[in-house]
Design a protein around this ligand. Structure first.
Ligand code: GUN
Length: 305
């Protein structure tokens, strides 16, 4: 049986980061402006700590100014909003990311809406959501995981996705909805499937591009996959792995990887697929925000988004 192409997110992320470094060094040389990112983390959630550390490391690797603000999980909403306001006013900072989720006393909506849209490198602000929805990519900040997912699909299929059937499984604001908007912009015929979708297997089997972003380990099996399809697996789920020893775990996606390998045309692995792309796109958004702030959109990183 033929095996699917494995789309390496690690490799493509490396290419994106090289493009970011090139754009950023041109920006620095021509304007003296160094891209700056501030990451805010509230509390001690171990997964968030890992993400935030790798974001900081990658920003330094790109030659950015990188600041991390660590706040106690008892911080008040007012204090967090005041920090965001001070970062909005800080000329050295072009990108602000507040790691989610936030503790219960803080409204995520309020925090997101307080970040200046042009510094919102997550692309979560309603202004950016609207700009993406209305197809204004020259002004929008595009959310990182959806942008990375699109580049991975193009890596397998080439830049022209016009007319392809795309099914996005999952309707979250962070991934499902924005990835659907991006694919629509690429002239795909897009369907968003979710927990209430009828005959979801048969629907998924119509997909030339299948994006899985539901957070259910290995939900998508052979029968869900059209032979030759391109599968973008956004899920990162930790499951027990008794075969590795007692108490051991491993990471799997929302797609059964072995099933996908035997049916699909191309598939992203977990880990090493969408994950590294998310961080790379955050760096791209930071460099983009800095170039726009300098009035030099021509110095944005060159990516076929
Ligand atoms: N938590 C999990 N994913 C993300 C993300 O992409 N951005 C932010 N801010 N928090 C997250």
């Amino acid at each position: 049986m033929s095996e699917a192409q494995i789309i390496s997110g690690k490799e493509l992320a490396g290419t994106v980061v090289e493009a970011v470094k090139m754009a950023s060094s041109r920006l620095i040389k021509q304007t003296g402006i160094i891209p700056g990112i501030a990451v805010v983390i509230v509390g001690e959630d171990p997964a968030s700590q890992v993400y935030v550390r790798s974001k900081g490391k990658k920003a330094e690797e790109c030659g950015f100014l990188s600041r991390t603000h660590r706040l106690d999980d008892s911080v008040s909403e007012a204090d967090l909003l005041a920090l965001v306001e001070s970062l909005n006013a800080d000329k050295d900072i072009h990108g602000i990311l507040v790691q989610l989720p936030l503790p219960g006393q803080i409204s995520e909506e309020k925090v997101i809406e307080t970040i200046l849209p042009e510094k919102d490198v997550d692309g979560f602000h309603p202004i950016n959501v609207g700009l993406l929805g209305s197809g204004n990519r020259t002004r929008a900040m595009i959310p990182c995981t959806p942008a990375g997912s699109l580049l991975l699909a193009k890596q397998a299929l080439g830049d022209n996705l016009s007319g392809l059937n795309a099914v996005v499984v999952g309707r979250s604001n962070i991934v499902g909805k924005p990835v659907a908007a991006l694919l629509l912009q690429e002239s795909c015929t897009v369907t968003i499937a979710h927990s209430r979708t009828k005959e979801i297997e048969a629907l998924c089997r119509t997909a030339d591009i299948l994006v899985a972003a539901v957070g259910r380990p290995q939900m998508i099996k052979t029968d869900w996959i059209k032979p030759g399809a391109t599968i973008i697996d956004v899920g990162i789920n930790r499951i027990d792995a008794p075969e590795k020893g007692e108490g051991k775990t491993r990471l799997v996606g929302d797609v059964d990887y072995d099933d996908a390998l035997s049916v699909a045309g191309a598939v992203t692995p977990v880990p090493g697929g969408v994950g590294p792309m998310t961080i790379a796109m955050l760096m791209a958004n930071t460099a983009t925000a800095a170039a726009r702030a300098a009035g030099r959109p021509d110095l944005e990183p060159a990516l076929s988004l």
